[in-house]
Ligand binder design. Structure first.
Ligand code: SF4
Length: 177
């Protein structure tokens, strides 16, 4: 049987969800018998390929760059997995949603210094008005809560999908943990 194409995407998150994926440990070798990682921060591939079977997405959608990547990835992925509380609810990135973007930038770059500073507006992605969970932008096939989700839950979700079943990870995960 041909291997499935697996991808992961890192949006506005801390990489803790990717660390939890790696915490699958030796079971990664078992997974590698069934999937090829075709795009991820874990591999050196620059372009997201067409016809990816499964993509795990860490992080909220916080910038115009996040938004563009998410829509591109959705259009090329059969099953999209929201991995972790930031992807599922906006979580930590969403804490800034109580404030206006300009106030955040002033606070970050100007308020705490007496030196002249410039708020960067070139070469960096523009912040969206709010950080948003990915299901508010695109269709999500499976939500995997947790901050980060436990490695066992990630392994369970992937093996269920490989078997052609729809995983139900809620008994293995908890928001905020
Ligand atoms: S859900 Fe938690 S571990 Fe995952 S990216 Fe967000 S803050 Fe980091």
């Amino acid at each position: 049987m041909a291997k499935l194409k697996l991808a992961t995407l890192w949006l506005d998150g801390c990489s803790g969800c990717h660390m939890s994926l790696l915490d699958i440990d030796e079971r990664l070798i078992e997974l590698a018998n069934h999937v090829d990682i075709v795009y991820s921060p874990l591999v050196d591939v620059k372009e997201f390929p067409a016809d990816v079977d499964i993509t795990l997405i860490e992080g909220a959608v916080s910038t115009d760059d996040d938004l563009e990547k998410l829509q591109h990835v959705r259009s090329r992925t059969r099953l999209l997995i929201a991995l972790g509380d930031c992807a599922v609810t906006a979580n930590v990135p969403g804490m800034r949603n109580l404030h206006e973007v300009q106030d955040l930038l002033e606070r970050s770059y100007r308020d705490n210094t007496d030196r002249p500073t410039r708020i960067p507006d070139q070469g960096v992605p523009a912040l969206l008005p709010k950080s948003r969970p990915i299901h508010e932008i695109v269709r999500v096939d499976v939500h995997v809560p947790g901050c980060p989700p436990p490695a066992d839950a990630i392994f369970y979700v992937l093996t269920e999908l490989l078997e052609g079943r729809t995983p139900e990870p809620t008994t293995m995960t908890r928001f905020g943990k």
